[in-house]
Design a binder for this molecule. Structure first.
Ligand code: CTP
Length: 412
């Protein structure tokens, strides 16, 4: 294996600085060499000893320590990725204006690798025109400034300005190392709907028919779209324990019927709909009001199933002009054809613009963090999606969507 990717973790002086420790842990555990560069005020929240112990590197805030090593230039030059967690309003302002009054701001000026800021502050500070102008300036120069989450802030207030979940920050950091341009803001102004997870069809108050979908792929699609600037509604059926993606409107559903209702309502105003959910094709015809009991004669009940609506087929029928529809297909090859033969037929049958094809079976695709497959377009184009994180597959899908939208604009 080559050298470990070098990540600089800048830490700003906000209460969310304690979450930077979890980000640090997540990165070192996945094989990254992390150098922590806090601001002096960050050390009011977390001590240097914590960062030194977790990173295995000395921690300085100023430019007048280890002077012979020319740290103020070298730390930035040698990095493969610079993250700022949390990015306070003050730090965004200093970065936007090119100030260089401590080691972190010097590092931001010398870095030639991707730089990503993860903001955390009170809603008023985030919404202030000064902060918004600084964010726009940093983005216009190619830096990533992620959307903060909404929710509980320090104290009792809630609103926009919460730091993205540490697990999500680690995921986006790894995505930027693999695909440096993955989070460019090319989906601004677009309304996007993503469905995720597996539906549950109840048999009685305690039992259901379900499936093994974890929702990880759908969540990755929603997360990447939101960070590329789209307004995202995520309709989530049952999933593994996953952090809510920052900056995404989340609607929870359980059954296929509920999912259909939520997706259709959101799709009526959407530019793009991605159906990544594993929707049950069948449901028990009847839902018992009380728990079904065992019978003394040893017999087992018979369950009759009814067909569920095909949500994607309904979307194709009611498609708005210019709306793009993306489907997923889980395939195993059989005696009638390979995975790709089946997938090409499905693309035609379904009438979608893009079809993501996963080869399933043997521990692939379900409940795991990596995914591979093909992306097929309605014009017959076929691209292989190499094995990689689900956020990387999501990036391939949004790249293709972005290309189709640009082609559509050119034709108009
Ligand atoms: N889908 C849907 N409504 C359903 C079932 C599936 O919208 N009731 C969507 C899924 O979200 C996915 C695509 O349709 O985007 C999958 O298509 P489908 O033909 O159901 O795929 P498979 O489950 O692979 O079907 P088959 O058994 O026919 O191969």
């Amino acid at each position: 294996m080559g050298t470990r990717p070098r990540v600089v973790l800048g830490v700003g002086g906000g209460i969310a600085a304690y979450k930077a420790c979890e980000v640090l842990r997540g990165l070192t555990e996945t094989g990254h060499d992390v150098r922590v560069v806090p601001t002096a005020s960050a050390l009011n929240f977390v001590g240097a000893a914590t960062f030194e112990a977790l990173s295995g590197h000395p921690v300085n805030t100023g430019v007048f320590t280890q002077v012979p090593e020319v740290q103020h230039v070298r730390v930035g030059q040698e990095a493969d990725l610079v993250l700022v967690v949390p990015a306070t309003a003050d730090l965004l302002a200093r970065a936007a204006h090119g100030l260089a009054d401590d080691l972190l701001t010097n590092t931001l000026l010398t870095a030639r690798c991707p730089v990503a800021f993860f903001p955390a502050m009170h809603t008023e500070m985030w919404e202030h025109p000064a902060t918004q102008a600084n964010v726009a300036l940093l983005r216009s120069r190619g830096a990533v400034v992620t959307e903060p989450d909404s929710g509980r802030l320090t104290g009792k207030d809630t609103g926009k300005g919460r730091l993205a979940h540490p697990q999500e920050i680690v995921d986006l950091a790894r995505l930027l190392l693999a695909r440096p341009d993955a989070l460019r803001r090319d989906l601004e102004g677009l309304r996007v709907v993503v469905s995720a997870g597996g539906t549950r069809e109840p048999l009685d108050p305690v039992r259901f028919l379900g499936n093994r979908s974890s929702g990880k792929q759908g969540y990755a699609l929603a997360r990447v779209a939101a960070q590329r600037g789209a307004e995202v509604t995520l309709v989530a059926a049952h999933t593994a324990a996953l952090p809510d993606p920052a900056g995404v409107h989340l609607e929870r559903v359980s059954t296929a019927a509920e999912l259909e209702g939520a997706v259709n309502a959101a799709a009526a105003k959407a530019d793009v709909v991605v159906m990544a959910a594993a929707v049950a094709d069948f449901r028990p015809t009847e839902r018992a009001e009380h728990k079904i009991k065992k019978k003394d004669d040893g017999s087992a009940p018979t369950v009759t199933l009814a067909r569920n609506p095909d949500v994607l087929a309904g979307l194709v029928e009611r498609r708005r002009p210019g709306q793009l529809l993306v489907g997923f297909a889980a395939e195993t090859g059989d005696e009638h054809g390979s995975v790709l033969d089946h997938a090409h037929k499905k693309l035609k049958r379904k009438g979608v613009d893009l079809l993501v094809v996963n080869a399933v079976g043997e521990g692939r695709a379900f409940e795991v963090d990596e995914n591979t497959g093909w992306l097929l377009s309605a014009d017959g184009a076929e691209r292989r999606i190499p094995m990689g994180a689900k956020s990387e597959l999501a990036t391939t899908v949004w790249d293709a969507v972005s290309e189709l939208l640009r082609d559509g604009e050119r034709r108009q």
